[in-house]
Design a protein around this ligand. Sequence first.
Ligand code: NG1
Ligand code: ZN
Length: 542
Amino acid sequence: AFPSQALESVFNKFPPPQNPNFSYGTAGFRLGASKLDSIMVAVASLAIVRSLSCLDETSTPQTIGIMITASHNPPQDNGVKIVDPLGDMLPQDWEPLATKLANCATFKEFEKIIKPLWTKYSSAASSKPAKLVIGRDTRESGPRLLRICTELFDSFSDKLVIYRNFEELSTPELHYITRSFNDVSFGVPSESGYYDKLSNSFLRILKLYDISPDVLVSTTVDCANGVGADKLKAFLETSPSLSSKFAIVNSDTADPLQLNVQCGADFVKTNQKLPNGIDSDLASKDLSLCASFDGDADRLVCYFCDKPSKKFILLDGDKIAILLSRLISTLITQLPENNLEIGIVQTAYANGASTSYIVNKLKLPSVCAKTGVKHLHHEAMKFDIGIYFEANGHGTVLFSEKFTAELKKFEGHSKAAEVLLLLKELINQTVGDALSDLLAVVASLAILKVDAAEWANTYHDLPNKLSKVVVKDRNLFVTTDAERRLVKPPIQSKIDDFVLQTKQGRSFVRPSGTEDAVRVYAEAETEEECLRLAEQVVHLVE
Ligand code: NG1
Ligand code: ZN
């Protein structure tokens, strides 16, 4: 039966504000942590309904994940998102429902929406309980927000809801664990199961090439003073042979105000400079590499400083995608035979030089998707091996069922097939994962025998600039063609004119999905021309 009374009492304990106007965006709900209480009730309730609606072959509800995080946002923010049974994001057609529930001002309105769905799905599930897992990053507000969810679940009998509270998790861990609860072949649904899967596949790949962990590049990892620090430490404790190869900096999770401050993947990518805690001497040491995770450890960027000049050199999501593509395409050519299709998915923010390299040098299909990993993920699934990365370092490689079936045929007599199958274990199949991506990068460098400098030289980024323009109403900006062109307001032809006057020029305008602003991207052959183009287009938008 629908637990009307229990739900009402928790709803009223965390009442919504006067005129709620929340929206479930690219990354779920994300805002100042103090405003999230009522949203937690809405999300936890919707997660229950989502679980009841996702039945396995025995008509039993599948496990749904709830992740409380605001990624690279400042410490005072937080957020929450729902993760589907296979570790992917809540389907887009459920997002408006999340938005509607969060914007109910009274329990009456709330019940009117949720009760019919709950009743319908619960009866299809023969009243079996919903199943949930929940986790949070290290933000100060995390435990309080998480307890709102568990308070709601605890107010129902366990005939209605069964849940597992993991407390502190990275975003990719929560995705992995959610999937593992529903798909035993994926892994053991625990943190140690996740670490074992990563270290086993990583060490087995090295072993196939007789690479001892001692000769790997030494990596300094800036963990953004976030959850990635605790998790990387725990991972290295379970893999002692790797612990001397990874040094952790920015690991202060005890002081929540340090999260993402002057450090982390977003800081490094946006400012194109070293984070606190890594100086240019450290960053220019031989046989070494630097890396930054973001606040919930789903993004990775790498970098180093050129030795004589101490110049900062970024290896962003585009460079990571290309490094992994190089390894994977090399392995594919070593197979006895195959008809597997590899593709690379980027967004409009990918540097034009990287896209040219994919098309002209790697000769791989390149697809441009809308911003937001769910869009890239979706496009990548269309390939047998789909490599997707946002320039900011969020991405992964998806290997299809056809891939597995084809490669299983060669097992035992093709090293390349064995390595490819292990890469499927190493690289998180559900979502971007800084730790898993970093291990894949380190393995790729060792196997391809390239160092950071050579990796950086694969191609040279065109000068580019990303600007943020605060406008009256960003919803007036409507885009098409994977956000590369504006439909409204009518300024696209003027942008086109400016672009035509610029050597290797490219520029586009789109409303942000996570901030109240419009973003302007510009790219050109020279720094000077790039800045001019950026200024011209910003001026059109203002
Ligand atoms: P918006 O605010 O829609 O540009 C930003 C990032 C995305 C993605 C999302 C989710 C840029 C230009 N945009 O989106 O790539 O990561 O946040 O966190 O980096
Ligand atoms: Zn993140």
